[in-house]
Design a protein around this ligand. Structure first.
Ligand code: C2O
Ligand code: CU
Length: 459
C-alpha cells in the first residue's frame, strides 16, 4: 500500500493517541473558509486581511469533467456562519447553498458537505451565500470549470476572474460598513481597486497567431464591466456557461454585469503593438485591464472557431401555455416607492428605509415565506421584468437558465443573470424543470440585501 502524506500524518496521530489507526478512508476534499492576508493593492501598499477559500483570492480553481461530480467539504474557520452557492450550476436544490432557504449555514468551526453532479460544461463560479453582501466583498469566491469531453481547438485556456475591492489605501483594509445605506440605496458597493485573478495589474504572455479561450467571470459586488479587445479578434462562444449555437464575432463593447460570464475565443493579431482587454472607466476612456505581452509568432488559424457542443436539455421553452408573471422593480435613490408589502404588511417607504429595505420586487421587500411564483415541474414561466428604478439590476435565477423573449418573438441565448436597465422591460422565459426552492435576486449584492430578493418554487 502506498502511503500518501495525509495518510501518513493520520497514521502518526493514531499512533500517538491510541494503539490502532483506523484504516484510511478517502478524505474529502476540503474547502476552508478562512482569514488570510493577501496583497490585493499594488506593491507599496499594505496587504489586505481577506476572507478566503483556502487562503487565496480567488479561491482554488475547481475543475471537473462534464457529467462528473463536485465533492467538497466546507470547513468554516471564520467567526461567522457561512455557506457556498455554486453559481449557474443546474444543481440539486439541497446543494444550492442559500442560507435560510436551502440549508442552514455552517456555524463557526462546523462543516457542510457539498456533493453534486454537474450536467453542463462551461464557466461557473462559487461564492458565499450567507450575508453575501459582506462575505463576497471580503473575498469568498472562486472559479468552477466544467470541461467538455472534447475541448475546442485552442492553444490555451485562460481564466480571468474580474473583481473590485473597496479598500482604505492607508491600511489596506476593507472599507466598512458593508451595509452602508448610501451604497445599498444607490448602485451598490463598487471598489476603488480593480483587479483580475486577485491581482491589481494582471499580465500574461502570448504569441502572435495564438488562439486563446478566455473565460471571463465578473465576481464584483456591483460593478458592470464594459470591455473591449485590443490586438486580438475574437468570438463569443458561451454566455453564463452555456454555449451559443454559433460563435458570434466580437464587434462592440462586451458588457459583463455582476455574476455574468462570457467565454471568448480570440486570435492574437498584434505583433509589436499592445494586446489585451481594455475596460471603460467613464464612457469613452479605456484602460488596460489585462495586458498581454506579445512575443514570438506562429501561423494563425484561418477558420473561425466551431461552436462548443450544446449542453443537454437546452431546447427552447414552448411559450404557448406559459404562465405569465410580472416582476416590477421599485425603490432606491432617485425614484419613488410609495408603499410595499413587507413581511406581509403594507408599509410605507419611509418605514422600509428604516429597516434598511430600499427596494422591492413586485411590492415585496426581501424574502417572504411564500414564493414569488409556484410552478409545477415542467411548466413554462414567462416573467416580464420592469425596472422602475434609476439603476441597472443584474437579475439572477438559481437552479435554471432562462432565455430572453425578444420583441419579435425570437429567443435569446441561455443565461442565468440578465442586466435590466431602467425603462426597458425585458421578458424572460424558462421551463421549470428543476424541483426546489430557487432564489431570484439582484446580483448587485447590496440590492439583494436591501430588498431585491425573492424566490420561486418548483414542485
Ligand atoms: Cu451568484 Cu444568489 O447568487
Ligand atoms: Cu439591483
Amino acid at each position: 500500500m502506498e502511503l500518501n502524506r495525509r495518510a501518513f500524518c493520520a497514521g502518526m496521530a493514531g499512533v500517538a493517541g491510541m494503539a490502532l489507526a483506523r484504516p484510511a478512508l478517502a478524505a474529502p476534499d476540503v474547502l476552508s473558509a478562512r482569514k488570510a492576508s493577501v496583497q490585493l493593492a499594488p506593491e507599496g501598499y499594505p496587504a489586505t486581511q481577506v476572507w478566503s477559500y483556502d487562503g487565496t483570492i480567488p479561491g482554488p480553481l475547481i475543475r471537473v469533467p462534464q457529467g462528473g461530480r463536485v465533492t467538497r467539504q466546507l470547513v468554516n474557520e471564520l467567526d461567522v456562519p457561512t455557506s457556498i452557492h455554486w453559481h449557474g450550476i443546474r444543481i440539486d436544490n439541497a446543494m444550492d447553498g442559500v442560507a435560510g432557504l436551502t440549508q442552514e449555514p455552517a456555524a463557526p468551526g462546523e462543516t457542510f458537505d457539498y456533493d453534486f453532479a454537474v450536467p453542463d460544461a462551461g464557466t461557473y463560479w462559487y461564492h458565499a451565500h450567507t450575508n453575501s453582501m459582506e462575505q463576497v466583498a471580503r473575498g469568498l469566491s472562486g472559479v468552477l470549470i466544467v470541461d467538455e469531453a472534447t475541448p475546442p481547438d485552442v492553444d490555451r485556456d485562460e481564466v480571468l476572474m474580474l473583481d473590485d475591492w473597496l479598500l482604505d489605501p492607508e491600511t489596506g483594509l476593507f472599507a466598512e460598513p458593508f451595509d452602508h445605506p448610501m451604497m445599498m440605496s444607490h448602485g451598490g458597493r463598487t471598489g476603488n481597486l480593480i483587479g483580475v485573478n486577485g491581482q491589481y495589474a494582471y499580465a500574461m504572455q502570448a504569441e502572435t497567431g495564438e488562439r486563446l479561450r478566455l473565460r471571463l467571470i465578473n465576481a464584483a459586488n456591483a460593478r458592470i464591466f464594459g470591455l473591449k479587445l485590443e490586438g486580438m479578434t475574437g468570438w463569443t462562444v458561451a454566455l453564463d456557461g452555456m454555449p451559443l449555437d454559433a460563435p458570434e464575432p466580437v464587434r462592440d463593447e462586451i458588457v459583463l454585469s455582476p455574476a455574468q460570464r462570457v467565454d471568448l475565443i480570440v486570435d492574437v493579431t498584434a505583433s509589436d503593438g499592445p494586446a489585451g482587454l481594455l475596460m471603460s472607466l467613464d464612457g469613452d476612456s479605456w484602460e488596460a485591464l489585462v495586458e498581454i505581452g506579445v512575443t514570438g509568432a506562429r501561423p494563425r488559424r484561418n477558420a473561425a472557431p466551431a461552436p462548443l457542443p450544446a449542453n443537454p436539455n437546452t431546447a427552447l421553452p414552448d411559450l404557448s401555455n406559459a404562465r405569465r408573471f410580472d416582476m416590477v422593480m421599485e425603490g432606491g435613490a432617485m425614484a419613488g416607492m410609495d408603499s410595499a408589502t413587507y413581511q406581509g404588511e403594507q408599509m410605507d417607504f419611509r418605514a422600509l428605509i428604516e429597516k434598511g429595505q430600499f427596494w422591492a420586487l413586485s411590492g415585496q421587500a426581501g424574502l417572504f415565506d411564500t414564493p414569488f411564483a409556484s410552478l409545477k415541474r415542467g411548466e413554462v414561466a414567462r416573467v416580464t421584468l420592469t425596472n422602475r428604478t434609476a439603476f441597472p439590476h443584474a437579475m439572477h435565477l438559481h437552479g435554471m437558465h432562462f432565455r430572453e423573449v425578444r420583441a419579435d418573438g425570437t429567443m435569446g441565448p441561455l443565461r442565468d443573470t440578465i442586466l435590466s436597465v431602467p425603462d426597458a422591460p425585458l421578458d424572460i422565459a424558462f421551463a421549470a424543470d428543476n424541483p426546489g426552492k430557487w432564489l431570484f435576486h439582484c446580483h448587485m449584492l447590496a440590492h439583494a440585501a436591501s430588498g431585491m430578493n425573492t424566490w420561486i418554487e418548483v414542485a
